[in-house]
Design a protein around this ligand. Structure first.
Ligand SMILES: [Cu+2]
Length: 271
């Protein structure tokens, strides 16, 4: 429906995930109705100001003639909001939050957030994520990948670069090394807190190829605004090519991490 209208209500374009259209529809519906309520409210206010203005031969009445009648406008707004919640919000949000696609049919990536960067871990050709341990974290091994775990040998680790295939769901298993961060890609119309000590899952299915910004939507320290990544959506073959390149770039003696990765600059978060 939105597309035929030809303009996008100021919402970031393109809307690039399978659920973005539904989220936009909700946002627009809510705003259109709220604007309508505002206009009706102000119009009534002006009408009553004029109609009941002070003038000769009229006396103000301070009694409320009908308590029940005065509930009608509020009742209509309440009914609308209940309808909005039951007809749209619950089903749409339920579809986003309760319908995580099967992992076997999706790209599975681990996201390890930290002040102030996004670390991504891909399983290599073996399809297994290598073990991670907080005790192994160093400046060069940002996610604490265990070099002794055979599964970690071929893992791909990137900083601030998430590559995903077009038209296939991606499932992010997200953890944080320090404080609460929040993964957000406005073009996907999603946003999810990342809480230390637990793994939260976020999925999306990109519908448009391109590069979009990953932002942190939770104030997480002095470098919060610099916590910017990029998601690249490409065809399945381009994505496989990129993965192959990452594996090739990693030197054999490496701990399974791609080389030439910048060391994350330390930003003092305690001041
Ligand atoms: Cu953050």
């Amino acid at each position: 429906m939105r597309e035929e209208w030809g303009f996008h209500w100021g919402l970031p374009q393109p809307a690039a995930s399978s659920y973005a259209g539904d989220i936009d529809f909700l946002l627009i519906l809510l705003h259109v109705v709220m604007v309508a309520l505002y206009v009706i409210g102000v119009a009534l206010f002006v009408v009553f100001l004029v109609k009941y203005r002070a003038r000769d031969g009229h006396r103000a009445s301070y009694t409320n003639p009908g308590e029940s009648a005065s509930f009608l406008p509020a009742g209509l707004v309440l009914a609308f909001e209940i309808w909005l919640i039951l007809a749209f919000e619950v089903p749409i949000w339920g579809a986003v939050k309760k319908s995580t696609p099967p992992p076997a049919e999706s790209l599975n990536v681990k996201l390890i957030a930290q002040q102030f960067a996004w670390n991504f871990q891909y399983p290599g050709p073996d399809g297994q994520f290598g073990r991670r341990s907080a005790a192994l974290v160093t400046a060069e091994n940002a996610i604490g990948l265990d070099p002794d775990d055979p599964a970690s040998k071929d893992d791909i680790v990137t900083i601030n670069q998430l590559h995903v295939p077009l038209g296939k769901p991606t499932i992010l298993g997200m953890t944080s090394k320090d404080v609460i961060h929040d993964f957000q890609v406005v073009n996907f119309r999603n946003k999810q807190d990342i809480v230390p000590g637990m793994e939260t899952v976020l999925w999306f299915e990109p519908t448009v190829a391109g590069k979009f910004e990953i932002g942190c939507a939770q104030l997480c320290g002095l470098g919060h605004t610099k916590m910017v990544g990029q998601v690249t959506i490409e065809t399945e073959s381009e994505f496989e090519e990129w993965k192959k390149q990452q594996v090739a770039d990693a030197s054999p003696s490496d701990t399974g991490t791609a080389d030439a990765r910048p060391v994350i600059p330390a930003v003092d978060s305690h001041s």
